[in-house]
Design a binder for this molecule. Structure first.
Ligand SMILES: Nc1ncnc2c1ncn2[C@@H]1O[C@H](COP(=O)(O)OP(=O)(O)O)[C@@H](O)[C@H]1O
Ligand SMILES: Cc1cn([C@H]2C[C@H](O)[C@@H](COP(=O)(O)O)O2)c(=O)[nH]c1=O
Length: 216
């Protein structure tokens, strides 16, 4: 029985790496995948991981019908034995419904990868629909860590290392942004709630206000 599986986690927890491994293992056995992505940091039509691996993919445009894309592809006599959709948080809810239809009507496994929540800890609409429709939701086991050492569960957006809570839901970026750029940092819930990033925690620790005062 084919499945719609949603592999999720914070940024930088290895989702794209796992997508590339699934692709590698299946193609090594002669299977052919249809790979979708949207807004990958490596550019249009790419699925990339921070480990340096990258593969070509179909860039999903606004309004694209993913079910129709598969039907067209197959009716031209071309193969697709399974489907991978990376950065699935950026897909529209209707596109997730189309992926579920690919599973049910075309009998193909669909593996979707994405972050569940945005920088304000609100669900992305595409991820919400995946949680609603997936046969299985798998949280990645290679956990990213907060600066405090706890498991990171939330994604913070930063400007100059300071967490921001205003702005558009979608801003493509990385966890290694330079100081004055918009970037991201993964945090535990406690530090996300307190808006305490690695930079602000370091600054607080260096502040004279929190240095121990010697008596006398
Ligand atoms: N230099 C490195 N050596 C070993 N592992 C690395 C290195 N750089 C990144 N990684 C691993 O890659 C993970 C990020 O993988 P990636 O697939 O790009 O994440 P995601 O798609 O979830 O954002 C990191 O959590 C880490 O485990
Ligand atoms: C939290 C958050 C993230 N994004 C963007 C930033 C990256 O381009 C992707 C996540 O990619 P990854 O492979 O999982 O690291 O999402 C965003 O647009 N809005 C957000 O709130």
């Amino acid at each position: 029985m084919s499945e719609l599986v949603f592999f999720c986690g914070t940024m930088d927890c290895g989702k794209s790496t796992l997508a590339l491994q699934i692709e590698h293992n299946r193609s090594a056995r002669g299977l052919v995948g249809m790979i979708f992505t949207r807004n990958d940091r490596a550019g249009e039509g790419k699925l990339s991981s921070r480990l340096g691996l990258v593969t070509d993919a179909v860039e999903v445009e606004d309004g694209a019908d993913l079910y129709a894309h598969l039907v067209d592809h197959l009716s031209q006599g071309r193969r697709a034995d399974y489907v991978i959709a990376d950065e699935a948080q950026f897909l529209a809810p209707e596109q997730i419904d189309q992926l579920a239809r690919v599973v049910d009507d075309l009998d193909l496994d669909v593996y979707a990868f994405g972050i569940t929540t945005d920088f304000r800890s609100k669900l992305f609409p595409g991820s919400q629909r995946l949680v609603e429709l997936a046969d299985r939701v798998e949280v990645l086991q290679v956990e990213a860590l907060c600066w405090c050492g706890a498991r990171a569960t939330h994604n913070a957006r930063t400007v100059g290392g300071v967490m921001v809570v205003e702005g558009a839901q979608v801003v493509v970026g990385d966890v290694t942004g330079s100081a004055d750029e918009i970037g991201y940092e993964v945090l535990c819930r406690r530090h996300h709630r307190r808006r305490m990033t690695a930079a602000t925690a370091r600054a607080a620790a260096l502040s004279p206000d929190v240095l121990p005062v010697s008596p006398g």
